[in-house]
Design a protein around this ligand. Structure first.
Ligand code: ZN
Length: 417
């Protein structure tokens, strides 16, 4: 049903949009508590607002917080549940995002890719084994001084190109689709001002990596704040009296299982991560985060910290330890399993686009996870980019096209569900 004409249009459209959007400076800023955290995110948000209007979508608006909304009405005669598509306009503050100069290596021959603005930087399959799957493809990178911003302007361009394709080719059947572009995802605040009532029950983010990726689960996430109150005495007269809080804190952290850290775990394994430790001989404090895909395994980690607290208080009479747990976010899988069709329809759509589905687990949290918690199950679909948050970030042109195709098939399956 996707003819060569349609595919040619998608390719030209998504490529043009992507190359244009990445040149707009939209880095977010962790230090600013406002939404959006940087006013420059409006620069892209307002362009998207205008382009959605030009495409003829309904209810198009960019609000005061730089969220952009629009509704693509159903094709004539199609009655189907509405679903949502989301992508974020900001890029990571980890790398420079100003003056991004994208370039395309046409028909890449497999040799290491060099960067015009940084002779020391190269990209080869040693940096990214996935690269070798794209020999003969057109590879898009930045110039060496900045990130590319495929995270997540690939997702933005793909959603926009899908809308443009639906408008141009009315023979492609679909129900109502709502689109939403968000700010500040990279600093974990992409949903704080979102118009939740406007969102449909089911949504998808286009914010993943390798073509075929489909993610319906993320970490179950806790934070632990541990404070140590020691006993301070003049060091010359401290025998059998002083309890040095920062030494105790160091021992406490050393008693964590060293095979359960971010540096020693992967895939579906969980960990303790000591984010920081500070203090003096009277008072010390450590903050850690606890992560797993299974709630009972995190419970065991918290019980372990409770028992360490008891043991340390017995070992150092007079020491006081305060242990506080904060729930940060939930594994969306536990909610998504209740409506398996959301994942199944995306699974079929990816297969229809001619690629193998890669079901993955997100070792972190996403806007989709937060939306899922609010009652909008939101799995994540690949957007195509790799080596996110780095100056080597790249995307293959074919991946952009495959993602747009996936959205076209997704809409068809929703219209038939
Ligand atoms: Zn992203």
């Amino acid at each position: 049903m996707i003819t060569d004409d349609i595919r040619d249009f998608m390719r030209t459209d998504v490529r043009e949009r992507f190359l244009r959007y990445v040149q707009i400076y939209t880095t977010s800023d962790e230090e600013n508590p406002e939404t959006p955290s940087t006013k420059r995110q409006f620069d892209l948000a307002r362009i998207l607002e205008r382009e959605l209007k030009d495409l003829g979508l309904n209810e198009v608006r960019c609000d005061d917080h730089a969220y952009v909304y629009g509704v693509l009405p159903a094709t004539n005669g199609v009655k189907a549940d509405t679903f949502g598509l989301l992508a974020h306009v900001d890029t990571s503050p980890d790398q420079p995002g100003e003056n991004v100069k994208p370039r395309i290596i046409e028909n890449w021959d497999g040799s290491p890719i060099e960067y015009p603005d940084d002779p020391d930087l190269t990209l080869s399959d040693a940096d990214c084994p996935e690269l070798k799957d794209f020999i003969g493809d057109n590879i898009i990178t930045a110039s060496g001084k900045t990130l590319l911003g495929a995270d997540d302007k690939a997702g933005v361009a793909e959603i926009m190109a899908a809308m443009a394709t639906f408008v141009k080719f009315p023979e492609l059947k679909h129900g109502e689709i709502k689109v939403c572009f968000t700010p500040d995802e990279e600093i974990g605040r992409g949903t704080v001002e979102i118009d939740e009532d406007w969102l449909p029950k089911f949504c998808y983010t286009l914010d993943g990596g390798y073509p075929g990726e489909l993610e319906g689960e993320n970490f179950d996430a806790w934070r632990a704040d541990v404070t140590f109150k020691g006993v301070g005495v003049h060091p010359g007269y401290a025998k059998n009296k002083m309890i040095n809080a920062c030494l105790v804190a160091a021992n406490f952290v050393a008693a964590l299982p060293e095979w359960q850290t971010p540096a020693t775990t992967e895939k579906r394994e969980g960990f303790f991560h000591v984010v920081g430790i500070e203090g003096d001989f009277e008072n010390a404090k450590t903050v850690m985060i606890i992560r797993d895909f299974e709630v009972p395994k995190n419970k065991i980690r918290m019980e372990y910290l409770e028992s360490l607290k008891d043991m340390f208080e017995k070992r150092y009479p007079g020491l006081e330890i305060d242990l506080k747990f904060t729930y940060q976010y939930q594994n969306m899988r536990d909610i998504i399993v209740e409506t398996p069709e959301v994942m199944d329809l995306a699974h079929k759509a990816i297969e229809d686009a001619g690629i193998k589905v890669l079901r993955k687990s997100i070792r972190g949290g996403t806007d989709g996870a937060r939306l899922t918690q609010l009652g909008h199950p939101t799995p994540n679909i690949f957007a195509g980019g790799l080596l996110f948050h780095s100056r080597r970030e790249w995307v293959a042109e074919s991946s952009l096209v495959k993602s747009v195709e996936t959205v076209i098939h997704l809409a068809k399956h929703w219209s038939e569900a």
